[in-house]
Each structure stands twice: as C-alpha cells, then as structure tokens.
Design a protein around this ligand. Structure first.
Ligand code: NAP
Length: 322
C-alpha cells in the first residue's frame, strides 16, 4: 500500500532540536524500515539521534542506501527466515515489527509468527508489533476483512507466546489519497474521489506521524505491556475530506459514496478487499476520537488531514488522474 518511501539522495542525519521530544533510548531493530511504517519510525529516530538497525531483503536498494546514509545500520534479513530475524534482534533493546498483507496475503501470518518466534528465541526485551483488531470479532461475525484477520491472528499468537509486546493499530494513511484513492478529474473538469464509506467518519494518519507516535509509545513501553494502542491523527467523513481537499487546492472537490458491491467489481487488484474494509469501517467503527486525542497528547505535532493536505498540495496536484 501507500508509502512515503525515502528517495535516493544524500540524506544526512539531522541534529536533535531543542523542541524535539527525548528520543527513545537504546538500539531498535526496525522491520519494514524501507516501507511506510518502519520507514517513518526509522527516519524519525535517526533524525533525533536514535540508534537504528534497519532490516531489509535488499540492502543495496536506493531506499536502504538512503537509510544507511542517514545513520542506520542496514541489516539483511527476510521475514521468511526466522534465523535471520533472530540474528538481527541480537543486542537490540526493542524491535518494531510489521508484516505486509499487500505483498504476501495470508502469508503475513507466518511472517508475524516468525517475528514473535525470533523475539522469543533472541530474548528481545520488547516487541512493538503493528497489528489490527479483527473486523470479524468487532462486528460479531458480520464481516471478516482478510488483512485485519491475519494481523489479529498474529497478535493472538504473540499474546499466547511469552514475548513482552505492545501492539500498535494504524488506520488509513492519508498518503493513500496519492496512490490508491487519487482525485479524478471528470469530463466536466470537476475533481472527485469515492469509496464505500457512506457518511461515516474514516480515521486516518499521515505516514510522517507514525514514527513519532510509535517512538512515544516505545519511550514508555514498560507501561504498555500487553496493550493494543490505536493511533490516529484525524477522522473525517468523505464530504469533510473533500472540503479539506477543496480548501488546500483552491477548487471544488467532491466525494462520492460508491456502493460496496459496485466497488468490489472495480477492475483493480485488491478492490474486493478494500470494499470489504470500507464496509467494515463504515458500519462498525463509529469514531476514533479518543484515540486521536491520545495520539495528539503523545505527539502534539500529529497532523490533521487539513494540515497534511495543505502541506502536500503539490503532491496531491501531481497525483490527480485525468
Ligand atoms: P510498505 O510501505 O508497503 O513496505 C513494505 C515493507 O515490508 C518494506 O519495508 C519491505 O522491506 C518489508 N517486507 C515485505 N516483505 C518482507 C520480507 N519477506 N522480509 C523482510 N521485509 C519484508 O509497508 P507498510 O505500509 O509500512 O506496511 C504494510 C502493512 O501496513 C500492510 O500489512 C497493511 O495491511 C498495513 N496497513 C496499511 C494501511 C494503509 O492505509 N495503507 C493502514 C494500516 C495498516 P524490503 O522490501 O526492503 O525487504
């Protein structure tokens, strides 16, 4: 899914600023460090003097080289290879783990179990694992969403194991609007976007804010053992997202609810899965207001969608489909 991947340039380690919160202590192994979640965490920690070991299957890829240039210890490894994970965890004070449904489908359960098994074998002091609540459980069996059930299965496996862990649950990235839900220019020149969310609010977060949120939890990880913490930066109805797009771009943007069955039939890979996800969030996730307030207490600079849209006006404009 969407990621604000590091571009291949001469990124340098930024000095910590006086305004910066204290960085989490110790060395962290970041899985998925070349992706959205792990990348946000790695960049945030490196920018604040943190010590990061960044696991990747492709240490020579530009994104890995950029992490190295920013001060990370780039470490080869594969979620399919539990020994490589155990090796990477040695000497680390905590581990951030994430699995990728969109590349591996249900195999992300095996990957998650490998992370947990490796953490147990390596005696990793603390695992922060990116998982999700089971839609099937929350909806009391009404809707199962494949990529939430897999992550909930990983969380259940970790809970049943003896690892010391905290679970972070992340919502829709705002950056999805740049890739998977781009604004579309109609024949009449008007801009619109649509998905099966009706007029229910949809929680979201800027990818840049994921790292600081996880780091803030990690700083107090001893107080969060066994907790599942939902992180979100904002929640808006479709028409409210549209209004913020309109304000940022200076032209009218319209949101259209797409009926779930129509969305399922759209000709792109993942349409069925996303349709089911929206059906779940529309019907069974009334609000994340409490989680948003908590996230902002932990990291006051957490962006609203309005501030993200204004800051990313150029990227939004470049992503428009005509
Ligand atoms: P991403 O940007 O797509 O990047 C995927 C990361 O996973 C890369 O760093 C990749 O590393 C790593 N990876 C994949 N397979 C691997 C393997 N076999 N061994 C080692 N590393 C592997 O990913 P992301 O968005 O951070 O996280 C994906 C997860 O986020 C998905 O499961 C999705 O369900 C969940 N999620 C997405 C959203 C959303 O709105 N998009 C919201 C909440 C949760 P290398 O390629 O460098 O090896």
């Amino acid at each position: 899914m969407a990621s604000d991947r590091i571009v291949h340039n001469k990124t340098r380690r930024e000095p910590a600023t006086a305004a910066a919160p204290p960085v989490t202590e110790g060395r962290v192994l970041v899985l998925g460090a070349t992706g959205a979640q792990g990348g946000s965490l790695a960049r945030y920690l490196l920018g604040h003097g943190g010590s990061v070991r960044a696991l990747t299957r492709r240490p020579d890829a530009p994104v890995a080289l950029a992490l190295s240039a920013a001060g990370a210890e780039v470490w080869p490894g594969d979620l399919d290879d539990v020994a490589s994970l155990e090796h990477a965890m040695a000497g680390c004070d905590w581990v951030f783990g994430v699995t990728n449904f969109w590349e591996h489908g249900p195999r992300e359960v095996d990957h998650g179990k490998n992370i947990v098994d490796a953490a147990r074998r390596a005696k990793a002091p603390h695992l922060l694992l990116s998982t999700l609540e089971s839609a099937e459980q929350t909806s009391r069996g009404a809707i199962a969403v494949a990529h939430t059930e897999t992550k909930a299965a990983v969380e259940a496996y970790a809970r049943a194991s003896r690892v010391v862990a905290t679970y972070v649950h992340l919502p829709f990235y705002f950056e999805n609007f740049l890739v998977h839900f781009r604004l579309q220019r109609g024949d009449d020149g008007a801009l619109s976007f649509g998905f099966p969310q009706g007029d229910a609010p949809l929680a979201g977060i800027a990818v840049r804010d994921i790292g600081p949120a996880i780091a803030a939890i990690a700083r107090e990880r001893g107080r969060h053992v066994g907790e599942a913490i939902e992180i979100a930066g904002d929640e808006l109805r479709g028409d409210e997202y549209a209004a913020e797009f309109s304000a940022a771009l200076g032209c009218n943007v319209r949101y259209e609810h797409v009926p779930v069955d129509a969305y399922r039939r759209l000709p792109f890979q993942g349409a069925e899965e996303l349709a089911t996800m929206f059906d779940y969030t529309r019907r069974f996730v009334p609000t994340r207001a409490g989680e948003i307030a908590a996230a902002r207490r932990r990291y006051p600079e957490t962006q609203t969608f309005a501030s993200w849209a204004r800051a990313n006006r150029d990227l939004i404009e470049r992503s428009i489909l005509s």
